[in-house]
Ligand binder design. Sequence first.
Ligand code: PLP
Length: 455
Amino acid sequence: MAVRPNSPAAKDIAYVLHPYTNARRHEETGPMIIGRGEGVHVYDDQGKEYIEGLAGLWSVAVGFGEQRLVDAAAKQMQQLPYYHSFAHKSHEPSILLAEKLLEIAPRDFSKVFFTNSGSEANDTVIKLLWFYNNAKGRPEKKKFISRIKAYHGITLASASLTGLPANQKGFDLPLDRFVHTACPHHYRFAWEGESEEEFASRLAGQLEDLILREGPETIAAFIGEPVMGAGGVIVPPRTYWEKVQKVLRKYDILLVADEVINGFGRTGNLWACQTYDIKPDVLVTSKQLTSSYMPLAAIMITDEIYQGVADYTKELGTFGHGYTTSAHPVATAVGLENIKIIEERKLIEHAAAVAPRFQEGLRRFADHPLVGEVRGVGLIAAVELVSDKKSKAGFEPVGSVGLHLFERCQEHGLILRNLGDAIAFCPPLIISEQEIDQLLERFGQALDDTLQWVQ
Ligand code: PLP
């Protein structure tokens, strides 16, 4: 559709550089402008309705247009719109949210540090653990291990943890001190006939080899998303986390669970660490923490880490790290109300209850000629497209068919996300069974349209 001169779309092209967008393509296509949202739906500026099948960016747990979050923000805006948390200052919403997070955490953590985004949170974790290891008198223990296809953010350090070419190519990343181990995607990387358990053992062995090559005394931590999100929704093979944790314990390497997508019910439990029996030393959460109505992320640390850090702040005089808007009062007030809604409406239980309809419904597409794998857990999933089911060969150029399907989905009133040729699903936790059926129907129509285009 041609972009009208002087329209918001024309001004967007003229003035805005978009994240994660091909700028030249954007000059031709212009933006899709979303005007409002309600429940699991958003509406564009022409009034067209879409099911938001990715909850924005894996974010909007309670759905769009939740008046209670609007009221919580407005109330806090009136009372104290801003204050900081440097140099012993504090305010009630951030205190109460820290208390709440420690109460519902999957293990006994001791302290919470707030940032504005997941990237800032992971950056903070890196600095925090460097600081901690300096405090403990082991300045050489600084490297981080993450995984190929991991997504941990886009700041210099968090993008170095991320294991996706698009976040590193062109940016002179990763920095040193960041090493990557194998991606636990059984469908793509297991050997012929290798069971999930055997694959998990092989990956744990590769991790151990990497640790020994680098020197265990140089490695601070391993960071992982329990279920990988932006790398393609990769569900860990059976026994993977058990085996990885065993290796990490053996070499005194801390475990950071990045639950920025997984947290708050995505995998059927409040935390994915519960789903996969993971006992992290640090846990990072964001996105569904406020349903992304306000920017906020939280880092929870064990008492052991806290004690080391606290002693060192005494020695140095401060913890020289923090953001102007760390623990923002409006964001933390919204986070508190969001968790209250999740608890009162039993949204974690709801998500777990409707998950089988969603997962089984998606698995019905496994026989479709374009589909290589359907994977997922709880209310997160991906459908991976292939040109040949037997050889699992993808398409050239990579992502072209995924993009086509993504666009056909939008025509049919469904917003998803194409990660190369895998299509990701992550609907709001409030989604009803009827809305799941509609989502599946719209996806099926778009998939058939795409098949016609490919043939
Ligand atoms: N960690 C994970 C697992 C994520 O999925 C993301 C974002 O998608 C981030 C970190 C980075 O968060 P943000 O985009 O808020 O910086």
